[in-house]
Design a protein around this ligand. Structure first.
Ligand SMILES: Cc1cc2nc3c(=O)[nH]c(=O)nc-3n(C[C@H](O)[C@H](O)[C@H](O)COP(=O)(O)OP(=O)(O)OC[C@H]3O[C@@H](n4cnc5c(N)ncnc54)[C@H](O)[C@@H]3O)c2cc1C
Length: 270
């Protein structure tokens, strides 16, 4: 959802004057969601507001749209085909392969103190872990990983001091998602925010949790710059080697081949 909003903004604002023969703002961005609505962890009212805000950016949201096949010509939804050269698959985040070395099928099951069963000296936290609280697995978000890290650090200190260990209990401070400039939805501590207020809350929270004043100052400056100038620092421009027909292979070729045509300084490929 966040990426769909970012694509639409890039096409409509950032890249709009940079091509001679195409109009980037004519790019169609379609967000397909197999479930009944986007952003299922949010209140349905915020899901609906997100759809409205995406619509303002020109993103078409289709819920209940299960992708059955993807190939180089596009996406299929059963009998329907959407022709496109660009497909971004964002459904599902897999746990790190290191879980397999622990004989875990997917995520690692842990004890209440986040230690591995039979190994009180070893811990697993964050996305790697399957931990149930009140009958539901805790979500794979950074709050869970950070709180798990904090508990394990305390547990190690307490174990060294021969004190009893604590139990992990996830405290959900809320969720938020940004849709683009001045657009977001947020659900902090059960409140429901959308639009500019939610977007400001998103900015404050993400700055707050950065480590160190220097990082915060740099990010504030970069965001301020991007907001007022519509310029993004990072742009990746890649072209395949002549004759390979690989012009559409993006990241793989970026490190090994320089762009064939010079780019403007402010477009420097990162
Ligand atoms: C696109 C995207 C957007 C997201 N947006 C949000 C959001 O808005 N809010 C939110 O709360 N969460 C978000 N998340 C989820 C959040 O990023 C994760 O929940 C969080 O990063 C989990 O932290 P972690 O430390 O468990 O794992 P990670 O952050 O994945 O860190 C694990 C690290 O271990 C390294 N590693 C793996 N295997 C090995 C090995 N064998 N040896 C050494 N190192 C290894 C990996 O390279 C990685 O750096 C998002 C995730 C994605 C993918």
């Amino acid at each position: 959802m966040e990426l769909a909003g970012a694509f639409a903004e890039l096409a409509r604002f950032v890249l709009r004057d940079e091509f001679r023969s195409i109009r980037p703002e004519d790019a169609r961005v379609i967000l397909l969601e197999a479930g009944p609505r986007i952003l299922p962890p949010f209140h349905p009212e915020l899901s609906a507001k997100a759809v409205t805000q995406l619509g303002e950016l020109g993103v078409a949201v289709r819920a209940g749209a299960r992708v059955t096949s993807i190939n180089e010509r596009g996406v299929e939804l059963g009998d329907e085909r959407i022709e496109t050269a660009t497909v971004v698959w964002a459904a599902g985040v897999a746990a790190s392969p290191i879980a397999r070395s622990l004989d875990a099928q997917g995520r690692v099951l842990v004890n209440e103190d986040l230690s591995l069963p039979g190994h009180p000296e070893a811990f697993a936290i964050g996305d790697l872990v399957h931990f149930e609280q009140d009958g539901k697995p805790v979500p794979g978000v950074s709050q869970v990983a950070m709180q798990g890290g904090s508990l394990v650090a305390h547990t190690i200190k307490r174990t060294l001091a021969a004190k009893p260990r604590g139990k992990f209990r996830y405290f959900d401070k809320g969720i938020m998602a940004t849709i683009g400039r001045s657009r977001a939805v947020a659900q902090p501590f059960g409140f429901r925010l959308s639009g500019f207020l939610a977007w400001e809350a998103w900015l404050v929270v993400h700055i707050w949790y950065l480590i160190g004043f220097r990082n915060r100052a740099i990010v504030i400056f970069e965001w301020f710059w991007a907001y007022w100038t519509y310029k993004r620092g990072a742009r990746l421009i890649t072209l395949g080697a002549p004759g390979t027909g690989a012009s559409a292979s993006p990241v793989r070729s970026a490190a090994s081949r320089p762009p064939r045509e010079p780019v403007k300084d402010d477009q420097a490929a990162e």
